[in-house]
Design a protein around this ligand. Sequence first.
Ligand code: URA
Length: 275
Amino acid sequence: MMADRAQIAAIPPQRGKDAFFFAKHPVIGIFRVFRPLTVFTVWMRRLDQLLANLGYCSRREARGWIQDGRVSVRGVIVDDFGAKAADADVLVDGEPLDHPGGLLLLLNKPTGLVCSHDEREGPSVYGLLPERWRRRNPQVTSIGRLDKDTSGLLLLTDQTELVHRLTSPKHKVPKIYRATLSRDLSSNLIQIFASGTLVLKDEKTPCAPAELRIAAAREAEVTLTEGRYHQVRRMFASQGNEVLALHRTMFGHLQLNDLPAGQWRELPLDSFPTT
Ligand code: URA
């Protein structure tokens, strides 16, 4: 059975909780009635746009998919690509949509890959992801970057707000790096890194206080709460030492644990609550 746009729009959104609340509390329901209306406008998306944004295909191709009967809304095959539907109600080839609410991934970045979408910069971390995720809009992007020669914990998401929040120096999200150095470490570096007065080459503002833990003669762990360009390498370089290998082990409360290099795991979208 096919449904057209008017028929789909006429089906009330399935807001079980609100309907239940409204039935039990009719007076409060006068106020609550606005909520389903809001949800209706915010979450209903045009089918061709929905498929294109989730990386299934181009918008033009999506129209073909819909006209070929590959898309259903609440069990009804739809042939109108301009129809709007809630993500949870849509099936493509009988399957629910692929992460319609968004993606948050924790990747163990191998060395040799860049965190750039510009193909001219060489092979990137995005090449590790399924093609459909690479075609999403908003784009899946890294939360901050790791250099090509740095390995370890990298978060990837299509949640723009999360990227801004977690990369903002205002939020001081701690990140832990393990560094292998070319020369023996001196304990006076601990105080220099912690001082909040260390100024990097070609910069004016000093680095925020950083914690340095010396693990072995040429092995250290550094905790930063900001993310300047090549920061760990430049902090050591400012003290006449060179970082030979750099690996990020923690981002906020998240750890790599035993995730192999080149692999990712999915995280709940609310892994970093706002309050
Ligand atoms: N500091 C660096 O020098 N490189 C990174 O990739 C991250 C922090």
